[in-house]
Structure formats: C-alpha cells, structure tokens
Design a protein around this ligand. Structure first.
Ligand code: HEC
Length: 128
C-alpha cells in the first residue's frame, strides 16, 4: 500500500471505510462515458505523470510516486474520484504538485470509464 502525502481538498470524499471496497461494479452506472475519448484525455493530461499499470515505467522522473491509473479503481470506488475531479482535485507532493484540472462532467465520465477499463485489465492480470 502506498503511503502518500495526498491531500484531496474536497468535501465529503473518501471516508476511510470505503478503502478496499472492490465491488465497484455495483455502482450507479452513471459514470459510463466513452473509453476512447477518456484515453485521449488521459494521454494529454494524466499519463504525463501517471502510468497505466503499476509495473509500467514512469513517464516523469519527478513523479515516481504517482500511482497507476489502474490502481485508483482498485483502491476506492471511482465515483469518489468523479466528485474530486468535478470540484477540483489538489494533490500536494514534495517535488511536484499535480495541476488542478477543470474537466467537464462529460470528460470526467470518459476519463473514469477509461480508468475503469484499466482497473479491470489490471484485476484480470491479478497485478497486485
Ligand atoms: C504533473 C504531474 C501529474 C499530472 C499531469 C497528473 N498527476 Fe495525479 N499525481 C501526481 C503525483 C506526483 C501524485 C502523487 C502525490 C503524492 O503521493 O504525494 C498524484 C496523485 C494522484 C491521485 C491520488 C492517488 C492516491 O493514491 O492517493 C489522483 C487521484 C490523481 N493523481 C489523479 C490524476 C488525474 C485524474 C490526472 C489527469 C486528469 C492526473 N492525476 C494528472 C502527478 C500528476
């Protein structure tokens, strides 16, 4: 489990008890967007620092501890991330601060659908 100095400045997100809930598939179903558009958004933004999977080489040496996108859905319900992205997620870190993104609800749904796909692939491969 990663130890991170993460500060998500969003109200009402990620109660500690939600960690480890694997049954994300029972979510409300409103996250579904377009996986391919989500991938394009991720490539333009997130994947400059984050990897897709835990074992991938890091694209940005300054962001070695940016967790893989696949790991998000393994650790918390992705709908928590939806709220964070919608309200503006702020992550502080020693060397590098994650930029604050302003994404439309549609882009967020696309992005989360893409992450969900990565999470499913990672789970299927039983990566960690
Ligand atoms: C400029 C580099 C950079 C970009 C671009 C970036 N991130 Fe990050 N992100 C980081 C780093 C570094 C961390 C780890 C911070 C820490 O642990 O201290 C992080 C952490 C996170 C976390 C917290 C993960 C956890 O396990 O606590 C989330 C969620 C996240 N990023 C989502 C995103 C999304 C979604 C995008 C694209 C819209 C994105 N990031 C783009 C650098 C970046």
């Amino acid at each position: 489990m990663q130890k991170s100095s993460l500060v998500i400045l969003v109200t009402g997100i990620v109660a500690a008890g939600m960690w480890g809930i694997g049954d994300y598939m029972s979510h409300r179903g409103e996250l579904y967007g377009d996986v391919e558009r989500g991938q394009a958004i991720a490539e333009q933004t997130c994947l400059q620092c984050h990897t897709k999977f835990d074992d991938d080489p890091h694209p940005n040496p300054e962001a070695q501890n940016a967790p893989s996108l696949a790991s998000f859905g393994q650790r918390w319900p992705l709908e928590n991330l939806e709220e964070a992205l919608a309200e503006g997620i702020t992550v502080s870190h020693d060397n590098i601060t994650m930029p604050e993104f302003s994404l439309t609800p549609e882009s967020i749904a696309d992005l989360l659908s893409y992450m969900e796909k990565l999470t499913q692939e990672a789970n299927a491969k039983a990566v960690k």
